[in-house]
Design a protein around this ligand. Structure first.
Ligand SMILES: NC(=O)c1ccc[n+]([C@@H]2O[C@H](COP(=O)([O-])OP(=O)(O)OC[C@H]3O[C@@H](n4cnc5c(N)ncnc54)[C@H](O)[C@@H]3O)[C@@H](O)[C@H]2O)c1
Length: 442
C-alpha cells in the first residue's frame, strides 16, 4: 500500500455540471501529472481519464492509483498513445520541456485539444508554430500558466481592472525560488543545463512574464536583462567537500553545508523526493541512499556544472508606456509584486514570509492601507501553486467546451518576453520580443 498515493477526495462542487465529462489522455505521468490527476479524480462530473502513457511503470502506477480507475488504458510512450487514434478529447502533455513541441504537434494532428505544460516549447518560433497549427485545425491549447488561476493573482487583476489604482504606470515583481528549491531543480535537477531543457528565465519565470503581460494589458516592445551565477560555484564549496554528498562528504554530517543530499531522507524528503525519484514511496532508506550515490540529486551543489543563473533582472517596456521589472533570485522565497498606479499602490506576496498570500492597497493621497481579501486556496482542499493547479484543472472543461472563438495566442506574449529576456542576457542587447520569431535560437 502506498502511503501518500491515494485517490483524492477534494471537497467542493464544480460550478456547472456538463452533460458529459471531458476525456483526458495523460502524456507523461510524472510530478505534474500526479498534481493534475489528483484534481481530476475529485471532479468526476467534469473530467475522466481514459489513457495514460509513460515509459516508467512505477510512474504509471502512481497516476493510475490517484485516478482510482482501473479502466484507464496504458501506453509505454506518449507517441504510442498519440498514434492509437483519438482516444479522448484532451491530451494532457506533462513530459519534460524538450518533448512538448513534438508531442503537442502530434496531438493536435491526432485530433486532440491540449492541456500543455509550460514552457510550451523550446524556442519562440516553436511556440508560434503551435499556435498556428492549433488555429489552422480549429483546436484549443490551454497552457498551464497556473498562476492566472490562483485566487491571489485573480484578486490583483480584479483590483487593477476596477480602476482603483488610477492609470497604471509601472510594475515590480520578484520570483524568489528559494535556495534548496534552486539547488534541487536548477543545479542538480532537470532544468540545470539549458541545452537539455529550456533557459531558467523561460522555464521558471514564463509564469511571471505571463502575469506581467496579462496585468500590463499591452504589447511588450523591448526587453533587457542581466544575470549571473553567484553562489553555486566550485570556489564556494566548503573546504574538503567531495563530488558527491555520499562519498562521504565531511560536511554532510555537520551543519557547515545546508545542501547535503542526505536531507532527502529527512526534512527535505517532502515535497522534493517524490518529484524526482520514481518509486520513492516504497523505497527503503538504503535504496534512497543508493539512488543518491548514483544519480544527479546526490551531487555536490557547488560542482554540478550547471549553467543556470541564480539571479536575473529583466526590464520591460510596453507599448502603452507602462514599464516593468522582474527579479528572479535563488535567495528569496515566494513571489512579490508592487503595482504603481497614479492613485494608489497595490502590493502583495504569494508564499512569502511564511504566509500563503497578502495583498494591500495604499492610496497616495491619504487614508489607511487597505487589506484586500483573497480567497484561501486551501478552502478547496488543494493549495498546490497557490491554488492555481486546482483552479486550472477545475476550469478545463469550460475552457475547452465554451462555444465561440478561442484565443490560442493567450500564451504567446508571456513566452516571447521570457525568450527575449534570455536573448537579452546572452547577447547584451535590448530585444524586441516580436522580432524573435525570426530566430531559431531563442
Ligand atoms: N505549471 C507549472 O507550474 C509547472 C511546475 C513544475 C514543472 N512544470 C513543467 O511540467 C513538465 C513536467 O515536469 P515534471 O516535474 O512533472 O516532470 P517529471 O520528470 O516528473 O515527469 C515527466 C514524465 O514524462 C515521462 N516520459 C519521458 N518520456 C516520455 C514519453 N516519450 N512519453 C510519455 N512520457 C514520457 C517520464 O518518465 C516522467 O515520468 C515540465 O515541462 C516542467 O517544466 C510546470
Amino acid at each position: 500500500m502506498r502511503s501518500s498515493i491515494a485517490t483524492a477526495t477534494l471537497p467542493g462542487q464544480p460550478k456547472k455540471i456538463p452533460a458529459a465529462p471531458l476525456r483526458l489522455c495523460f502524456v507523461g505521468c510524472g510530478s505534474r501529472a500526479r498534481a493534475y490527476a489528483e484534481v481530476v479524480a475529485s471532479r468526476p462530473q467534469l473530467l475522466e481519464a481514459v489513457a495514460i502513457a509513460d515509459p516508467l511503470a512505477s510512474q504509471r502506477a502512481d497516476v493510475r492509483s490517484l485516478l482510482g480507475d482501473t479502466g484507464v488504458r496504458e501506453f509505454q510512450t506518449g507517441e504510442e498513445l498519440l498514434a492509437a487514434g483519438r482516444l479522448g478529447d484532451v491530451a494532457v502533455i506533462t513530459t519534460q520541456d524538450k518533448f512538448h513541441y513534438r508531442q503537442a504537434m502530434l496531438a493536435l494532428r491526432a485530433g486532440y485539444d491540449l492541456l500543455l505544460e509550460k514552457p510550451a516549447a523550446c524556442t519562440s518560433a516553436e511556440v508560434h508554430d503551435l499556435v498556428r497549427l492549433a488555429n489552422e485545425l480549429g483546436r484549443r491549447i490551454v497552457l498551464c500558466f497556473v498562476l492566472r488561476y490562483t485566487p491571489f493573482y485573480r484578486a490583483v487583476k480584479r483590483v487593477l481592472d476596477s480602476g482603483r489604482l488610477g492609470k497604471l504606470v509601472s510594475i515590480q515583481a520578484t520570483e524568489g525560488v528559494e535556495p534548496w528549491h534552486f539547488g534541487h531543480s536548477f543545479v542538480r535537477g532537470n532544468w540545470s543545463v539549458r541545452e537539455k531543457s529550456t533557459p531558467m528565465i523561460v522555464q521558471k519565470c514564463s509564469h511571471d512574464t505571463d502575469i506581467l503581460s496579462w496585468l500590463a494589458g499591452s504589447e511588450c516592445t523591448a526587453v533587457s536583462s542581466f544575470a549571473g551565477n553567484q553562489w553555486f560555484r566550485p570556489e564556494n564549496a566548503p573546504a574538503g567537500a567531495t563530488a558527491r554528498c555520499t562519498d562521504p562528504c565531511p560536511h554532510a554530517a555537520d551543519s557547515s553545508c545546508p545542501f547535503p543530499a542526505q536531507r532527502y531522507l529527512t526534512d527535505k524528503k517532502q515535497p522534493w523526493l517524490p518529484q524526482v525519484m520514481p518509486g520513492w514511496a516504497n523505497a527503503s532508506d538504503d535504496e534512497i541512499l543508493d539512488w543518491l550515490r548514483k544519480g544527479d540529486w546526490g551531487r555536490c551543489v557547488y560542482t554540478c556544472g550547471h549553467d543556470t543563473p541564480d539571479h536575473q533582472v529583466v526590464s520591460l517596456q510596453f507599448a502603452s508606456g507602462v514599464t516593468a521589472q522582474l527579479l528572479m533570485t535563488a535567495f528569496d522565497r515566494g513571489r512579490r509584486i508592487r503595482i504603481h498606479g497614479t492613485e494608489a499602490i497595490l502590493q502583495g506576496s504569494l508564499h512569502a514570509d511564511g504566509e500563503i498570500h497578502r495583498l494591500e492597497l495604499r492610496l497616495h493621497h491619504g487614508g489607511e492601507a487597505e487589506q484586500i481579501e483573497v480567497e484561501d486556496p486551501s478552502a478547496n482542499g488543494y493549495a498546490g501553486h497557490g491554488g492555481g493547479d486546482f483552479g486550472l484543472v477545475d476550469s478545463l472543461h469550460e475552457l475547452i467546451s465554451a462555444p465561440g472563438p478561442f484565443d490560442n495566442s493567450h500564451f504567446m506574449a508571456g513566452h516571447l518576453i521570457a525568450f527575449a529576456a534570455d536573448a537579452a542576457f546572452h547577447t547584451g542587447r535590448v530585444i524586441v520580443p516580436a522580432e524573435l520569431l525570426q530566430s531559431s535560437v531563442f
